[in-house]
Design a protein around this ligand. Sequence first.
Ligand code: ADP
Ligand code: MG
Length: 227
Amino acid sequence: QRNRITHLDKNRMLAELSATVSHEIRNPLTSTRGFLQLLLRSDLSNTDRRRYVDYALTGVDQAISLLTDFLNFAKPSLNLQEQLDIKEELEHTIRFITPYAIDFKITIDISHDSEAPLYILGESQKLRQCLLNLVKNAIEAMPNGGRLSLRTCKHPSAVQISIEDTGVGMTDKQLSALGKPYYTTKEHGTGLGLVVVISLIKKMNGKISFSSSLNRGTQCSIVFQQY
Ligand code: ADP
Ligand code: MG
């Protein structure tokens, strides 16, 4: 009986996730298309050309990793653990999200409190998927523009990533609904982004927490064991 319920849940989740994937794969593909179109211009400097190629490749990589994540959910793979530098993973996310943020009139602030790399044990693609989902939520919370602050900090035996926005914020009630499957306040939301984020962070032995204040903004913090 119990197995059957789990099975049904997974099927439902799969159906919802396929909807999300087909929806979310549009973003990187659209951005790649935009950069390829820019490359057609004849008056480009070499630097700009190089930059547009990088952006286009990043978009393709993102589309690939979305599909990979989806397939991993459908059929869990061996849990590959590698040494990751959270600073590098965060920088990757920023490069990817910058064109999107500019469209939304959002300024991005990034700061690292340590010069050294901050290593954890995890899976790069999964961490990137988490960061992207969290940053996307932050941007979507600022429809009239704002500031996205990203920080990494080093603690004695842990490392921390903070993602802060100056967006719509949440009431205590909304805050406590975070991570419930299908909870969304967006017209085209899926309410699955954070479900996936929370389960991935947990798999990497991390801890995620949120604080928020209505009409002021939201802070998200992720703490990992340092490796
Ligand atoms: P979706 O983005 O598809 O709605 P998520 O699971 O990513 O699904 O988020 C669920 C809900 O949590 C959002 O609809 C929104 O109401 C709330 N939320 C998440 N992040 C933020 C944020 N940074 N600021 C305000 N609300 C947020
Ligand atoms: Mg989301």
